[in-house]
Design a protein around this ligand. Sequence first.
Ligand SMILES: *[C@@H]1O[C@H](CO)[C@@H](O)[C@H](O)[C@H]1NC(C)=O
Ligand SMILES: *[C@@H]1O[C@H](CO)[C@@H](O)[C@H](O)[C@H]1NC(C)=O
Ligand SMILES: *[C@@H]1O[C@H](CO)[C@@H](O)[C@H](O)[C@H]1NC(C)=O
Ligand SMILES: *[C@@H]1O[C@H](CO)[C@@H](O)[C@H](O)[C@H]1NC(C)=O
Ligand SMILES: [Fe+2]
Length: 436
Amino acid sequence: MKSYIHLSYFCVLLAKINIITAQKYDCGYCQPEQVHIAFGSKSNDIVVTWTTFNDTHESRVQYGAGALDEEASGGRSRFVDGGRLRRSMWIHRVTLADLRYDTKYVYHAGSVYGWSEKFSFKTPPRGDQWLVRAAIYGDMGNKNAHSLSYLQDEAERGHFDVILHVGDFAYDMDTDNALVGDEFMRQIQPLAALVPYMTCPGNHEAAYNFSNYRSRFSMPGPYESMFYSFDLGPVHFVSISTEYYYFLEFGLKMLSTQFQWLDRDLREANKPENRARHPWIILYGHRPMYCSNSDDIDCSVEYTRKGLPLFGAFSLEPLLQQYGVDVVIWAHEHSYERTWPLYDSKVYNGSVDQPYRNPGAPVHIVTGSAGCQEETNKFKPAPAEWSAFRNSDYGYTRFLAPNHTHIYFEQVDVEKGGEVIDSVWVVKDAHRPYNI
Ligand SMILES: *[C@@H]1O[C@H](CO)[C@@H](O)[C@H](O)[C@H]1NC(C)=O
Ligand SMILES: *[C@@H]1O[C@H](CO)[C@@H](O)[C@H](O)[C@H]1NC(C)=O
Ligand SMILES: *[C@@H]1O[C@H](CO)[C@@H](O)[C@H](O)[C@H]1NC(C)=O
Ligand SMILES: *[C@@H]1O[C@H](CO)[C@@H](O)[C@H](O)[C@H]1NC(C)=O
Ligand SMILES: [Fe+2]
């Protein structure tokens, strides 16, 4: 009897060894890196994206509320950079669907050939009656990323439900055969693996038809992350590519597709039943409709606002009026500027005492001073009457949306050790198209 048990144990052992040797380890560069997350098609779907340099033949995320006891798998695609070396890598995407609301999850991502370190994130609460907290900024590079340590610190302390990076990454992701892109994605991992990192393309992403941007990020919807919208608490966020207006060499088709999509999306968001749940419509894109910087031609070229030259096709400002968009956020200028409520270069203050209470037009915020090698931009000496506050220090914007009537923005100045240098409450008793 005794020897029989030993024998069978020996057989099991042999079988195990067989299984292990059958699975040949043949993957040289398969350690996951550049891990980041984003919201999927709803706020309790989280998409995990990461990179390996060789094909792992599987893309898995092990996760759970507390322990790694669940698993999801997804796909991967080979990304070939357009540079001389045609460097290639595998971009893996796994959706963690139907997560529990308001729950802290842990996860690691990878394959049998290697797991990332363990990260965690918290899903947002259900519905619209909760305080949304965001960090918002554009124009952050590998070099001179002044705000990054502040952002990482706040992200790790759980201060943000979402981060919006409003275009211009790395400077540039394709530089040096996309090694700069790899390094940037590693630099943001401490934030972007913990908090949904939502993006839009900027001019620095244009190389090879935005291929690094489209391949490395995974935003909701079918348009290769170039434009999309998502709901979070009381806010409907809309992200667009302003760059379609400036890089016409890649074709007019996507510009027209985006315009039609945006019209539909805003019309849908403005329907009474939708606006009752997500009354705040906040749109973001890279190049501003209004700015008063001194050294940038883009403050006088207004393609997104007025449409393409000659015919004014695809002009966006009328959509903001027609669908009652509350706030629009831009970057590109490496500075911070807030406007009074503004339409067609005219100010529509709510009242003399309370310009942002029931304002008569959208409010614009330009926040592109996170920090990059191009440093900051100065302002024209005498701003137009629509300019309410301007500052050229490095920093980023914090955003709060507590409820249906109130939202809040403040500007953090990292050159002053994180001091808040500007703040504004926008208050609305009702959300509807502007009467202009
Ligand atoms: C594996 O990755 C290395 C490093 O990026 C690369 O040089 C090599 O070509 C890759 N091999 C395959 C088969 O993809
Ligand atoms: C650029 O990419 C878009 C898809 O985002 C595609 O529709 C378009 O044809 C591409 N343009 C060129 C010139 O390759
Ligand atoms: C808008 O309100 C601000 C603050 O009260 C004021 O300084 C500015 O002059 C107003 N603009 C117009 C056009 O009424
Ligand atoms: C909305 O939030 C603001 C700021 O926190 C607060 O003053 C206001 O009372 C809240 N309104 C409701 C209806 O909860
Ligand atoms: Fe830019």
